[in-house]
Design a protein around this ligand. Structure first.
Ligand code: SF4
Length: 436
């Protein structure tokens, strides 16, 4: 494989030739592996890659498309992570995956020490604050998870690295191994990939829903046990303190939004997942059960699923309120909350000064924070329409669904068809003017 020497000089370590050629060869191999394995990890969206190349031309800072991605901590901070695969050698043949066994692609495999040293080197240069380590299945699940364990053990016990670490769990691995890793990692995730057993059979026949859910169940139970034990003694070592997450690929199979959101809801309820991530399928393989290579990733659908997911987690919606047998697809022209409001127009208008917290949350344009502000303000004095904007309410959406001190500000009748038209027609200021 051809090495990009400029890239090497600019972005890997400051090698001094004191150790001669051997050291150089070792580092070049590491770069080759890094290019292959960072590229292989880019389809995992549990955290979003920076995805851009920008060189520094006299300004401050630069970016590389590979390797560094971002995630958000519980307190809202953005954290940069080194995002790589431990290996892209895989014994499985999932139809949708670029790393599947039958694909003729450059392959590489890091040793645990290489990953640990890369992490520390990147950390020392202030490129990253943590590690996102995923992997294909090399030889068997236990072999791969053992290598992941060794990587974390070197990082935590030898280098005393206390930064954030997110690791993938390979279903089928020994539960004892998963438990050991859980005491070293901040977050773990088992990728469910497809929302239904049927899709797994069609696209990833070597996997089964039951095998995927088993480690999720184990992690969920051990998190609960650990938190109970830590209430008794703070000396009990933490187990996956950042919780667990998963990823679903959207658009590789024919599963409806209803099926996807039902599975999501079950995962949140049964296994208390922190997040379900959705990844619009990027066609990388040809196959009779896959979308054509020329088809575009369903990015708008992915976006709507994230909005619907938000409603499940923070707005107390149920999956079958957002989509149902009658409406199995999320609408594209309006977000899922507006779509629900338009289907339930009899619920509106709601009087801002009387609606309960739960009712306020159902109003498009009112979020969790603005609903709480309204409730707090109402205890002191009635809320006026002018106050609402200052409280964070998005009036261009909310005005069609509320009254404030008995007055309606929508300007059109409360009719689902008319409100939809008003909401989807472009704002006058959004029209792009031409120069000529
Ligand atoms: S097991 Fe993972 S890496 Fe291997 S083919 Fe399936 S999705 Fe790809």
């Amino acid at each position: 494989m051809k090495i990009d020497n400029k890239l090497f000089r600019e972005h890997l370590f400051d090698l001094r030739p004191a150790c001669g050629t051997i050291l150089l060869v070792v580092k070049m191999n590491t770069l080759e592996k890094l290019l292959i394995l960072a590229d292989g990890a880019k389809y995992d969206v549990s955290c979003a890659s920076s995805g851009v190349n920008k060189s520094n031309k006299g300004g401050l800072g630069n970016a590389k498309a590979y390797g560094i991605c971002h995630t958000w901590s519980a307190d809202g901070r953005c954290i940069s992570l080194l995002k790589i695969l431990l290996t892209n050698y895989c014994i499985y043949n999932c139809a949708y995956c670029v790393n599947r066994n039958q694909n003729d692609i450059p392959r590489a495999s890091f040793t645990p020490r290489e990953v640990a040293e890369l992490t520390i080197q990147f950390y020392r240069r202030n490129y990253i604050e943590g590690l996102f380590l995923s992997s294909a299945v090399e030889r068997n699940p236990n072999h791969t998870m053992e290598k992941i364990y060794q990587t974390l053990a070197i990082l935590r016990n030898e280098f005393h690295f206390h930064g954030y670490i997110h690791v993938k769990v390979i279903p089928g691995a020994d539960p004892a191994l998963i438990q050991k890793i859980g005491h070293l990692a901040d977050r773990m995730s088992v990728n469910i990939e497809q929302p239904s057993e049927e899709s797994l059979k069609l696209l990833a026949p070597q996997k089964s829903m039951q095998a995927l859910l088993l480690p999720m169940k184990q992690i969920s139970q051990q998190i609960m046990v650990n938190s109970a034990e830590r209430k008794i003694s703070r000396h009990v070592p933490k187990f996956v303190p950042g919780g667990q997450s998963t990823q679903m690929i959207i658009g590789a199979s024919n599963d409806s939004d209803l099926a996807i959101l039902k599975t999501t809801e079950t995962l949140y309820e049964k296994f208390h997942l922190k997040r379900v991530y959705y990844s619009a399928y990027v066609p990388v393989n040809e196959g009779p059960n896959l979308p054509a290579l020329s088809s575009a990733p369903p990015l708008l659908r992915e976006h709507r699923l994230y909005q619907a997911d938000w409603l499940l987690r923070y707005y107390k919606f149920k999956a079958d309120e957002i989509v149902s047998r009658d409406f199995p697809k999320l609408e594209t022209d309006v977000d899922p909350k507006i779509a629900w409001a338009l289907r339930n127009i009899h619920f509106f208008p709601k009087e801002i000064n009387k609606a309960s917290y739960e009712e306020l949350l159902r109003i498009p344009g009112i979020g969790v924070t603005s609903a709480l502000r309204i409730i707090r303000q109402r205890r002191l004095a009635p809320v006026s329409y002018d106050h609402l904007g200052k409280m964070g309410v998005v009036l261009k959406r909310a005005k069609y669904f509320i009254t404030c001190q008995g007055r309606y500000y929508g300007g059109i009748p409360i009719d689902a068809h008319l409100i939809r038209r008003a909401l989807v027609s472009p704002e006058p200021h959004a029209i792009q003017l031409t120069l000529f």
